[in-house]
Design a protein around this ligand. Structure first.
Ligand code: ADP
Ligand code: ADP
Ligand code: MG
Length: 458
């Protein structure tokens, strides 16, 4: 088992990982930038190391400084969380070279699955259906024209190194395609340091369904699926499990395809295989793999009772997978909503500031994952996620009722948050019926956003 873990992250995920490590009796080390001196993750860790100025490039993304911190405190493992260095294969390799256990897959597995183009190839090779599109990277407009024969319009131009909903463009005809292609390449180079592009047919009215996997390098299991079709700008805002759209047979096909892929790449740790599901055609397509713990992992923990972060730590400590597929069963329904410091009535403008008072929801089936405390000032430098409210109940209907109950209990005074969005969504007939797709929320917001005014409590 690991002895001392350095968590190379901040915010709610750092808090979540520190808690899991403590529950396993592992000593914990936080790292923090100048902007995070007063953060909860710094307060709850056994030790904390200052790693630089607020700019992530100089702190949370600074590999040399983080490795030096791990060395100074005598850590034997590093957890990258999500974002920052989580899908950086060179960082995973550098940890290994420094004698540190990296909590996640090998650098090679990250390299294969983190590049969205090589991941498509790996999925195809493992017999997992991929979205029709280019076989590899598309070098130029000329090469793109050949791919268009298979995809038709509309077509998606995607950055091989993209993530977080960024680096994706849609072209509806040839002139749009020819204009968008060089722009997409320049943007991808600027944003991700890699201008490589690929193309995919646009799957209209698709659902986003993803499978949670756990691997130990030789074996892998799944913990069923999550549906994340409620998205804004291709970023998830509401996630749930199980998906309403899958029959038992389709669920089995989807989940076993994810396990096949995880085994094929010798996957180690927690990971997610993402798919689009076309209801009308009853077909699913691989889109990408996230080689890390995901924001929405608690949804799966609620329906399966598996502590995904703890399992990841055990695996990084060298234990083989403890869970057999038949031991993993799901019960009831879980929903997560992302409470961000944003004003939904003003195009989700960020709203950093000080939490003057806080009331956390509780009771049966309610989990509140957050780094907030009364008096905490949200810094403007990082992402706007304040808290994840996760509820679990016997049925989806009961979970929605519980979500509304818990949202109404929640007070985050002093900040504008996305709470009104979720109260309105929970009340919407289409959401209640589960009749949504990945573009649904953007259409809904056109008519509803203006009414989602957060009351700046008190
Ligand atoms: P997950 O894939 O775990 O569901 P997301 O897709 O929402 O999570 O985000 C993936 C990663 O991208 C997270 O680490 C998040 O911090 C980061 N991210 C999310 N939104 C943005 C954004 N607008 N700009 C940059 N990074 C983002
Ligand atoms: P990221 O790495 O930014 O998470 P993904 O490839 O996972 O990018 O896509 C993010 C979202 O964009 C998906 O959840 C879906 O809503 C939309 N999307 C991606 N590819 C397609 C596609 N081929 N057709 C339709 N929608 C897509
Ligand atoms: Mg994705």
């Amino acid at each position: 088992m690991l002895k001392k873990l350095l968590v190379a992250n901040r915010g709610e995920i750092a808090v979540r990982i520190l808690r899991a490590a403590k529950d396993l009796g592992i000593a914990t080390v936080a790292v923090y930038s100048d902007a995070d001196r007063d953060s909860l993750h710094v307060q709850i860790a056994d030790e904390a190391v200052h790693i630089g100025p607020p700019a992530a490039k100089k702190s949370y993304l600074n590999v040399a400084v983080i490795l030096r911190a791990a060395d100074e405190v005598g850590a034997d493992a590093v957890h990258p969380g999500y974002g920052f260095l989580a899908e950086n294969a060179d960082f995973a390799d550098a940890c290994a070279a420094a004698g540190l256990a990296f909590v996640g897959p090998s650098g090679d597995a990250i390299r294969t699955m983190g590049d969205k183009v090589s991941a498509r190839s790996a999925a195809h090779a493992a017999g997992v259906p991929v979205v029709p599109g280019s076989l590899g990277r598309v070098a130029d407009i000329e090469a793109g024209r050949h791919v268009l024969i298979d995809t038709g319009f509309p077509v998606m131009i995607k950055a091989a190194a993209g993530g977080g909903g960024r680096g994706i463009r849609i072209a509806n005809d040839l002139p749009e395609f020819e204009a968008a292609f060089p722009q997409a390449a320049a943007e991808a180079l600027a944003a991700f340091g890699d201008g490589g592009l690929y193309m995919e047919k646009v799957i209209g009215k698709a659902r986003h369904i993803e499978v949670q996997v756990l691997g130990d390098g030789s074996d892998a299991v799944h913990c069923f699926e999550r549906e994340c079709s409620l998205q804004r700008r291709r970023q998830k805002v509401w996630e749930e499990a199980p998906s309403q759209a899958l029959s038992d047979q389709l669920r089995e096909e989807l989940c076993s395809s994810a396990v096949r892929l995880a085994r094929a790449v010798g996957y180690s740790g927690a990971g997610t295989v993402e798919y689009l599901y076309d209801d009308a055609a009853d077909r699913f397509y691989f889109i990408e793999m996230n080689t890390r713990i995901q924001v929405e992992h608690p949804v799966t923990e609620m329906i399966t009772g598996v502590d995904l972060v703890a399992e990841g730590l055990r695996i990084a400590g060298g234990e083989p997978l403890r869970l057999k597929q038949r031991d993993i069963v799901m019960r009831g329904h879980a929903i997560e909503v992302r409470l961000n410091a944003e004003d939904p009535a003003r195009d989700f403008a960020p709203f950093p500031g000080t939490v003057t008072d806080l009331r956390v929801p509780g009771g049966p089936g309610v989990r509140f994952e957050s780094m907030l405390y009364a008096g905490y000032t949200v810094p403007p430098f990082y992402d706007s996620l304040l808290a994840k409210l996760v509820v679990h109940a016997e049925t989806r209907e009961a979970a929605i009722l519980r979500l509304v109950r818990a949202l109404k209990e929640t007070r985050i005074d002093g900040l504008k948050t996305t709470k009104p969005l979720f109260l309105a969504l929970a009340d919407d007939p289409a959401v209640q019926a589960g009749a949504v797709h990945t573009r649904w929320l953007e259409g809904w917001l056109e008519t509803h956003a203006a009414r989602l005014v957060p009351d700046l409590e008190p």
